[in-house]
Every structure is written in C-alpha cells, then in structure tokens.
Design a protein around this ligand. Structure first.
Ligand SMILES: [Zn+2]
Length: 251
C-alpha cells in the first residue's frame, strides 16, 4: 500500500469518527451530552453518572475499536444532577428519571410535589430520550461503576437487597461479585451466561418502577445490558464489553 492510500484511509477514518456535544440545560443549569461514534450505529453505549469515570474510559475505548455510538452525560462530576428550581436546590439521579413514577420519587426525596418542577424534569427527560433514540437501537449498553461490596451479584441472589427484582441469576467463574451484567432480555441472559461473568436477568413483570433505564427498557421491550464493574476495574470492564459485543453484536 503506498502512502497516498494510507493517508486516504486515515483521513476517511477521522472524518467518519464524529465527536460532538449537545447542550441540554435543566432549569438553566448546564448539562451536556458528549457523543462519539457513528450516528447510524444500532448499538448505544451510555455513561450517565458523571462520577463513574472507569466506565467512561471503557465506553470511549470500545466505541473507537468495536463500533457503537457512545454518549456521556456531563454535568459537574457527581452522581446526581444539581439545579435550582424556585430558589431551592434540587438533586436528581440521572438513572431514576426515565419514567414518570421515578421523577415523582426523586422529587419526594427533595420534599417537593410541585407539578411545575415535574414538568421541567419530564421535558428534560424527554429531550434526553429523543437524542438517545433508544427505540431505533438494536442494543442499549449502559456503563456503570460501583464501589466495593455495596452493590453486586449478591444484591440479587437469595437474601439480597434486590432479590425480588431479579428473574434469575447466573454465577460466573470470576471471583469478584461487583463485576456483573444486568440485562432485561432472557435471550441476552442465556447468551451471556455461556461466559465467565456473572449475569442478572431483571424480572420485567415484578420489578419496582424506580425510574431507572433498565425499568424503562424492560417496560418497552428494548434490549438492554448494564455492564457494571467496580470503580478502577478498567480492564475487566473493557473485557466484559468486548465479550458482550462478541455474543450480542458481532455474531
Ligand atoms: Zn452508575
């Protein structure tokens, strides 16, 4: 291959690798979505908690090397989004607002029942969802990090805090219980259970509507995988993403 052809391909890759940022302010507070990858990708990679930086690095690397369109919700570096409404500081978890019930629960935590506040958050949620374009995706991959031993496969097994949210679980070969897949689709559960990583299948009938993206996808039948890994388990999270791509996208 001569140099002209190499330059031609390099420029082509850079031109088709798009990065852009969309502003989605909430009550005047700056929030944005950074988007990397190709608009027509059927696979969405989504990091919504701004303090889960291992997941963010893993998502960028996977989008660059395996495809998928990567979205990162940027606010001020915390898990919760903070904004001011009617001179009060309001805090909402960006993974608890995808259903109306979730928004009301987040407002209750802020001791508010103001329907105008509900409308503001719901309109913001609707803009976010329209940009994410979930209904057009063949697979939604959420990227999360947890801290050691607070949230794990064991949260969903017998006696765990969220035992009733799970339809079934698969215990893989890895020793660390914090690193696991959480999925909304039985076929995805079966495919991922052939591997070495733990898997939890959400019970889409009995689940609690807490407004999380997994509940929203469960309600609408959207194929969803949360690749959940402990903070700083970057290599593990990348390997879990590669395995998910191999089983669910590249087959
Ligand atoms: Zn998270």
């Amino acid at each position: 291959m001569n140099y002209n052809i190499i330059i031609f391909f390099t420029v082509g890759i850079i031109l088709t690798w798009v990065q852009r940022e969309i502003a989605i302010p909430l009550c005047g507070t700056d929030i944005s979505l950074v988007i990397r990858g190709h608009d027509d990708s059927p696979v969405l990679l989504y990091n919504m908690h701004d303090n889960e930086n291992t997941a963010a690095v893993a998502g960028r690397i996977i989008a660059m090397n395996y495809g998928g369109q990567y979205y990162e919700l940027i606010h001020r570096g915390d898990r919760n989004i903070a904004f001011v409404f009617d001179e009060d500081s309001i805090f909402i978890d960006p993974n608890r607002i995808y259903t109306d019930a979730g928004i009301w629960q987040q407002m209750a935590k802020n001791e508010s029942e103001d329907s105008l506040l509900f409308m503001e958050i719901a309109m913001w949620r609707d803009s976010l969802l329209s940009i994410l374009n979930l209904n057009e995706r063949s697979l939604v991959i959420a990227l999360h990090n947890n801290t050691n031993q607070f949230y794990s496969l064991l949260s969903y097994t017998s006696g765990g805090e969220f035992e009733n949210e799970a339809d079934t679980t698969f215990e893989g070969k890895i020793r660390d219980m914090d690193d696991f897949y959480f999925v909304t689709d039985r076929h995805i559960f079966e495919l991922l259970s052939k591997g070495r990583y733990h898997v939890v299948l959400q019970d889409n009938e009995l689940m609690t509507d807490d407004g999380s993206l997994s509940v929203y996808c469960g309600q609408l039948g959207i194929r969803y995988v949360n690749v959940e890994a402990q903070q700083n388990h970057l290599i593990r999270q990348i390997k879990m993403l590669i395995y998910a791509f191999q089983r669910l996208v590249l087959y």
